[in-house]
Structures are given as C-alpha cells and as structure tokens.
Ligand binder design. Structure first.
Ligand code: SF4
Ligand code: MG
Length: 332
C-alpha cells in the first residue's frame, strides 16, 4: 500500500515561559495510506488538533518528521510549501468560525482558487464554484448568499466545498461534525464518504467520539495526553482493544442491544486528566489506569507492534513482562 503521509516520532512542544513547557504532542508515529480514512481519537486536549496543524505546516515541529508524499513538510521552501498546500487541505470544527461572515459563499469558495491562480477568467472560476456547490449537495442559487444565512450542516458543506476547491488529495477533518446536530452528522459523514469514493481522497478524521470514528475510519489511532497509545484497523480495535484506555473508551459507548448493554461492565476512569504541562512520569495513563503496575511509573512504555498491524504502548504487552515478570496490578 502506498503511504501518502508518514508521521515519525513527532513532537510539538509549546514554550509557555517561566520554564513551563506544554508537551502537546510527544513522540507520535503513524502513517496514512492513500485512499483510506485514518481516525485520530481522544479526549479534548490530547493533542489531536495540534497533530493536524503540525502536519499541514501551520505549526513547526519541535522534533521528528512529517513526510507528505515523501517530502518533509517542515523543510520545504516557501514555493514548494505553497504547492503542497494545494494538495493538503483542512476542514474545521466550527464551519462558521472558519468562514468570513462578510464574504458571500461564492467568495468563500473561490478564495483559495484566487490565491493559487487556478483559473484565468472570473467566469471559469464561478462555473467551478457552482460545480463545487452541487458536489456538496447545495446549488448555484446559494452562491450569492452569506454563510450566516445557512444552517450548521449547510455551512459545513460550504467549508467542504472550499476545501475541495484546489483538488486536494489529502484532507484533515478536525472534528468536522462535533458542532452539528446528531441528525445532521450522518449526512455530513455520508457526503465525505461519497466524495472520498468519487475523488480518491485520503482523510485524517479527528474526533473525540469513538462511535463516530468507527463508522468512517479504516484504521484508528487512539491518543491520550499527547501520546498515541494504540493503533489498529477499525474493526479490530473494537473486537480486541488492548490498551486499558481504549478499553475504557469503548466500554462507554452504549450498545443498542439491551441484553448485552445491561450485562456489560463499564470501566469508569478515576481521577482527572493530568495537565500536559506536567505529565505523569513513565506511562502517561498510569494515574487513571486500573491495571497500573510498579514499572508504569518508572518507564515509559514503548510503542510496539504486538500483533500484525496492531500497535500499543503499554507494559502489559511487553516481551519481558510476558515472560513471567508481569506484576500484580495496583487497583487505584
Ligand atoms: Fe496501564 Fe501501565 Fe499499561 Fe500504562 S503501561 S496503560 S499504566 S498498564
Ligand atoms: Mg481539537
């Protein structure tokens, strides 16, 4: 399979002054295959959006590499970066905030085409705007209206049309449906799936809700406090979650069958999410992990492929632990 994106040991720290450093992304490694949807999931503040913004070059990286089609995003000159931005686009959580309220829908969608000088005449450009509106389920009559005249779902469609304006290959969708009503969420997800099929798009789909990510993703990476803790194929993650954090997240998703739902054990995480400014030593999840062991406070668990295409960072699965050194879990 062709990798369109490779993220290697990525770190993004923010210096807050007074010797305080926010470790928003701490040593994250994954790749995205061409044509797939990779879901990035975790609680708010876990670093998902920072990864998205670092990949697209809105932030410089602290350490590590981001390769897009083999090119190191953070080492490109301005001209190359400009070209690359055409192929990599972002859809944001709140479409209203990302659309200029004083621009018409036509202007909003045409702006990236103008910046990249895609068309020679205004007429060609406007035709393209009409075409894009139709592709996202709106129509040309909407072109001269203003974003605030539309519903949340329609505004997200406008945001999608704008992201498609430059014919990108890769789209980072940062919580694109979190601000929408549940009834509208499925429509936007279906639209993204249709567009993906038609255009062969690749998505990095960022969300805090695992149930939503499951529907759209081929593979899923689970984040906790700036770290990726587990990564595998979507179906497999639901069938065989290995990391205690993933297990807790999955146990919180209601199951429609009441018989199963009643007998199911819900894992309630104790304690607060620690601050990424002063994360726990060793395993970042240890202060809330029901299975934490001695070693978890001493050593950071390595990112390991524990079975084919299934990565996890947890001492429970380490080779030396498996060989009889596994310790009794400390119940918090
Ligand atoms: Fe829990 Fe230890 Fe695994 Fe961390 S390394 S998830 S604390 S068992
Ligand atoms: Mg976010």
């Amino acid at each position: 399979e062709e990798k369109i994106l490779e993220v290697k040991q990525l770190k993004k720290y923010f210096d807050l002054g007074k010797n305080q450093v926010l470790k928003a992304v701490n040593d994250v490694t994954f790749h995205v295959n061409k044509g797939e949807t990779f879901g990035l999931v975790g609680e708010s503040g876990c670093g998902k959006s920072t990864i998205g913004r670092t990949i697209i070059g809105l932030y410089n990286r602290t350490e590590g590499e981001v390769l897009f089609k083999g090119q190191n995003v953070h080492e490109l000159d301005e001209k190359k970066m400009f070209q690359l931005r055409q192929k990599m686009q972002m859809i944001f959580q709140d479409p209203y905030a990302s659309l200029n309220p004083r621009s018409t829908v036509r202007e909003v969608i045409a702006e990236p085409m103008e910046v990249h000088k895609l068309y020679k005449t205004k007429q060609e450009q406007t035709e393209r705007v009409y075409q894009l509106l139709e592709e996202v389920g709106l129509n040309r009559d909407h072109a001269n209206r203003y974003p605030h005249e539309f519903s949340g779902g329609q505004r997200q469609r406008i945001g999608i049309a704008r992201a498609l304006a430059l014919n990108p290959d890769f789209i980072i969708a940062d919580e694109p449906i979190s601000a929408l009503d549940v009834s509208v969420q499925a429509q936007v997800v279906n639209l993204l799936k249709e567009l993906q099929e038609e255009k062969g798009l690749t998505f990095l789909f960022i969300a805090h809700d695992l149930s939503m990510v499951k529907q759209i993703s081929d593979r899923i990476g689970v984040m906790y406090l700036g770290n990726m803790v587990e990564l595998t194929a979507s179906e497999h993650l639901y069938e065989n979650p290995l990391h205690p954090y993933t297990q807790a997240l999955l146990s919180a998703i209601p199951i429609p069958d009441p018989d199963i739902e009643e007998s199911r054990e819900r894992i309630i995480l104790q304690g607060e999410l620690p601050s990424p400014i002063n994360p726990p030593s060793g395993c970042v999840f240890r202060t809330r992990c029901p299975l934490a062991m001695d070693i978890c406070g001493k050593e950071k668990p390595e990112w390991q492929e524990v079975e084919e295409n299934h990565y996890v960072a947890c001492h429970l699965y380490h080779e030396k632990e498996k060989k009889g050194q596994i310790r009794e879990p400390i119940v918090n």
